[in-house]
Design a protein around this ligand. Structure first.
Ligand SMILES: C[S@@+](CC[C@H](N)C(=O)[O-])C[C@H]1O[C@@H](n2cnc3c(N)ncnc32)[C@H](O)[C@@H]1O
Length: 242
């Protein structure tokens, strides 16, 4: 949503312009009214998108930079999702920890052959119902009872901050959830800490985001992953960006 389109913007503008209390109740100009109607139409469309076929589109929930949200490009999310499915195996269980775009791609592509949970701090993702697990890395082992320890074949994680403290805390969660396999996506500067905390190694594949980031960003895994080979090979059946 663009800030200038927020209804408050118009109401405030109007109040500033009305200089007399005697003029009766405030009236919106035809311009303000049209913009307000457009705003509500967009909101309505957004809410019905979240209930319909578009609900797993990356970006349907907009980035909030206050929460350090930077979504992967659809191609990167697809590549990570397909690698996670290959690692988890048929009927496998995948945990996406602070990696909502990978969750969305998995749900879009693999409704039936894998089970997926999205561990997220941002409660807007509760729109995904039972799959959503509220998660704050600052309380790394504070998880609901329905989440059994070591019950995920692979954990895909992308910590919100490039700090050792954040990675250390999130590593506790990752180790609690996984049966062994880990895919971590974070800044290249975290390489040493990632290897020390989780035993993961940097892959050749370079993840991309919908917006350019200032930091070099990489994937790290602890299993034999396609992300470390066949960089030129396109995934079969891969579609263009959504
Ligand atoms: C760098 S983004 C990773 C998103 C990933 N690139 C994607 O496209 O799916 C970090 C994620 O951490 C989440 N986050 C922010 N604060 C958090 C917290 N306190 N605990 C856990 N996750 C948090 C954000 O909502 C965001 O999804």
């Amino acid at each position: 949503m663009q800030l200038w389109k927020h209804p408050y913007a118009f109401i405030c503008v109007h109040r500033k312009m009305s200089d007399s209390e005697d003029e009766g109740p405030p009236q919106l100009s035809s311009y303000a009214l049209a913009a307000l109607q457009e705003f509500y139409a967009e909101q309505q469309q957004h809410h019905s998108d979240l209930r319909g076929d578009h609900k797993y589109n990356i970006g349907i929930i907009e980035e909030n930079w206050q929460l350090s949200q930077f979504w992967y490009s659809p191609e990167t999310a697809l590549r990570l999702a397909e690698d996670a499915v290959a690692a988890a195996g048929e009927g496998g269980r995948i945990a996406c920890v602070s990696a909502p775009s990978v969750y969305q791609k998995l749900r879009e592509r693999h409704r039936d052959n894998v089970s997926v949970c999205i561990f997220e701090y941002d409660r807007r993702f509760a729109v995904y119902g039972e799959d959503f697990v509220y998660y704050d890395y600052k309380s790394p082992v504070d998880l609901p009872e329905r989440i059994a320890t070591h019950s995920f074949d692979i954990v895909v994680a992308d910590p919100p901050y490039l700090s050792e403290e954040c990675l250390r805390k999130m590593s506790e969660t990752i180790k609690l959830l996984t049966r062994g396999k880990i895919m971590l996506c974070t800044g290249a500067v975290m390489e040493e800490a990632a290897e020390k905390l989780l035993g993961v190694k940097m892959c050749k594949f370079i993840p991309e985001h919908t917006r350019a980031l200032g930091n070099e960003f990489r994937c790290f895994v602890n299993y034999d992953s396609g992300l470390d080979r066949d960089l030129s090979v396109q995934l079969s059946g891969q579609e263009g960006p959504k």
